[in-house]
Each structure stands twice: as C-alpha cells, then as structure tokens.
Design a protein around this ligand. Structure first.
Ligand SMILES: C=C(O[C@@H]1C=C(C(=O)O)C=C[C@H]1O)C(=O)O
Length: 256
C-alpha cells in the first residue's frame, strides 16, 4: 500500500484488486465444481482435512517462508504456526495502528467462498482435476481476502480525515453509527457496475474475426466465462459488507 495515504489512493488500490478478483474467478470457472476436493479426506488421514484445506495450509506455509503475510492486507487463512521468512524482507511503512495485523475476517471469507460463491460461478461436475482446482481456489481466496482487508487502510484514512466525527463513536463503541458514517452508497453503486463491466470485458472470447458490432464490452452475458451479474452480486452481498466489517473492527480499536 502506498506510503501516501489518501482516500483516492486507497480506492485506486481497491479498483486494481477488482482485476485480480475477476481474473481469478475466470480461471477457476475453467473447472467444474469438483466437490471431492472439498470433502474427501486424504488417504489414511484421520484429521478429516479436505484437499482444499490441506492445499491452502501448505501453500500459506510456503508463502510465509518466502516472506509473505508481513503486510496488514495480506492475512493468512491459517495463521497458527506459520513459519518465519527465510529470506530478508524489506519491511513496509507502518501507517496503520499496530493491532491492524490482527484484524481478520478470513473465516467468513472462507465460508462464503466455498458455501455460497463457488456454486454461483462453477458448473456442476467432476473432471478429476482436483489439484489444479484447489490451486485456483487459493488464488481466488487470496485476491478476495486482500481486497477485503484493504478496508484497514480505508478506515485509517477516513479516521484521519475526520477524527472529530469518528472518535466519539469509537469511545461509545457505537458499531451501527460507525457503519453509517463510513458508508458511501453512491460509491458502492459505482463499484458494482464497474466489476460487472470488467467481467463482461475480461471474460469475453477474443477472436480475430470480430466485426465492428462486437466491440469490447458488448459480449452476450451468456458467452462470458463468468456471468457478469455474479460479480456485482459478489460485491453487493459479500465483498463490500465484509470490507466494511474490517473497517469497523479496525476503527473500534483505533484509539486503544
Ligand atoms: C471502501 C470504502 O468504504 C465503503 C465500502 C466500499 C467498498 O467496499 O467498495 C465502498 C464504499 C463505502 O461504503 C470506500 O469508501 O471506498
């Protein structure tokens, strides 16, 4: 995240993350649901861990050794016993309150992704490509989690811009009032329209035979790799509400 915190800069970072989320979903949609990746435990294992859970745990351990999960927007799904980085890391400007790294809504993201979102954008079926499937899931989870945890920076900027408005609500632990104060409905409407449009543009088949009436963004939704409406629904029902939960969680402890 940029050293210079401003609402425009943070919103710019959120807009860039939309690209990562749309592309990650498009990639995952290449595979059908592949349900056994989510319930069948490893051969001989007695802990009942699915392939998806195993993969994310092991991938996070590898990423942590490479130096990932140092920044407050990079939050692991399995933070217990993560190894330390094996290589020098550069450090990052500490612009947030120190407890920021402990704010996490990853449990909610995990449940939302597997229980609600996957059935909306993958077709029913089992092609046996389970290892590839869970690697694609990991990419989706990481992109969603990073976007949502950027909410920490959004909250910090909003607090710095109006401490006189936020401080009394923080002292009073007025969660609902904080939520109202940090909500910008007009911005949310634009975000939903933009992610839907990105899914329409990024997810269309590009051919050299395209005629003038087949310009970017004009693809039929049914031809898109991920239904664009799923993106606006994802943001409306989960991504923006969870980002705001992160904002509120951060603000509640901002004055500790
Ligand atoms: C992130 C912000 O805070 C809230 C959450 C939004 C989002 O998650 O996209 C958009 C507008 C606000 O209601 C923001 O103001 O940009």
């Amino acid at each position: 995240m940029a050293e210079q915190l401003s609402l425009a800069a943070v919103r710019g970072a959120l807009i860039r993350e939309e690209d990562s989320i749309v592309f990650a979903l498009i990639e995952r949609a290449r595979r059908p649901r592949n349900a056994p990746a989510y319930y069948a435990p490893a051969a001989g294992a007695d802990d009942g861990q699915s392939l998806a859970e195993f993969f994310v745990r092991e991938a996070e351990a590898l990423h942590a050794k490479a130096g990932h999960y140092e920044k407050p927007e990079d939050v692991p799904f399995f933070p217990q016993d993560l190894p330390s980085p094996l290589f020098p890391t550069k450090g990052y400007p500490k612009v947030l309150h120190p407890f920021a790294s402990s704010v996490s809504v990853n449990d909610a993201i995990w449940k939302m992704y597997f229980n609600e979102l996957l059935p909306l954008f993958t077709v029913d079926g089992d092609d046996g490509y389970y290892a590839e499937t869970v690697a694609l899931d990991f990419a989706c989870l990481k992109a969603l989690s990073r976007r949502i945890h950027y909410g920490k920076y959004v909250a910090e900027v909003k607090f710095q811009d109006a401490p006189q408005d936020y401080s009394p609500l923080i002292h009073a632990k007025a969660t609902d009032a904080l939520m109202n104060l940090l909500t910008f409905k007009a911005v949310e409407e634009k975000v939903k329209k933009r992610v839907e449009k990105k899914a329409r543009i990024f997810g269309q088949n590009v051919t050299l035979e395209d005629s003038a009436d087949k310009n970017e963004g004009s693809a039929d939704d049914s031809e898109c790799k991920v239904n664009p409406k799923v993106l606006s629904e994802l943001y409306d029902r989960w991504v923006m509400p969870l980002t705001k939960d992160v904002e509120v969680d951060y603000l509640l402890r901002r004055l500790d």
